[in-house]
Design a binder for this molecule. Sequence first.
Ligand SMILES: Nc1ncnc2c1ncn2[C@@H]1O[C@H](COP(=O)(O)OP(=O)(O)OP(=O)(O)O)[C@@H](O)[C@H]1O
Length: 216
Amino acid sequence: MSLAIDSMVIQPPGGDPLFAPLTLDIGAGTITTLMGPSGVGKTTLLHAIAGHLAESFTLQGTLRLNGRLLNGLPAERRRIGLMFQDATLFPHLSVGDNLAFGLRSGVKGRQARAKAVDRALASAGLDGMRRRDPATLSGGQRARAALMQSLLAEPEAILLDEPFSRLDETLRADIRAFVLNHIRDRSIPALLVTHDPADARAAGGPTIPLGEGAIA
Ligand SMILES: Nc1ncnc2c1ncn2[C@@H]1O[C@H](COP(=O)(O)OP(=O)(O)OP(=O)(O)O)[C@@H](O)[C@H]1O
């Protein structure tokens, strides 16, 4: 299992090309960290991998997940999970319905789906919060729920963009350990964008510097 990026260059509309070019292979169970100055293209790279690159951008190079070519595939067929800084839960859905939204379509039947959601809530320490409005959760609870929403889709890789940056210092280490351990347990490749060297150390995989003087 691996996420393989080969000779990737992304061209923003009217700007300079990002990367020079980028080649990266992330194995199963490895959390690779991307670090680099603001504007170097970290978020754009994650969008390109997930299939959310704006049409005005052009992309060269190839992307493969477990040998499958992702270039040209729509986002929903890539089987890539996302966790972004805002821990995006839908505000109009309860916590449980947010998790159910993430649930893989192969899990059929109302009872089986409810059970899978309850299991995910329990493993995130959110028992009893199925009916809660996401706005009433703490930052840490929201981050754990967002991770569960992504993992319920059984992604083959996961991308994390500054997922801990809005958490206050006291919560940060605990939530980081929770998220990274859950991802490692899945044995899938993961790519973490962060400005915090402590995140990179906790991820435990290689750190790829992007930008001035970087190897990529
Ligand atoms: N819609 C757009 N049109 C043109 N250029 C864009 C657009 N969006 C982003 N860019 C350019 O693409 C480059 C990469 O932006 P990106 O947000 O990926 O950087 P980043 O490394 O994630 O930065 P940060 O650490 O601040 O989040 C920037 O130079 C930016 O100016």
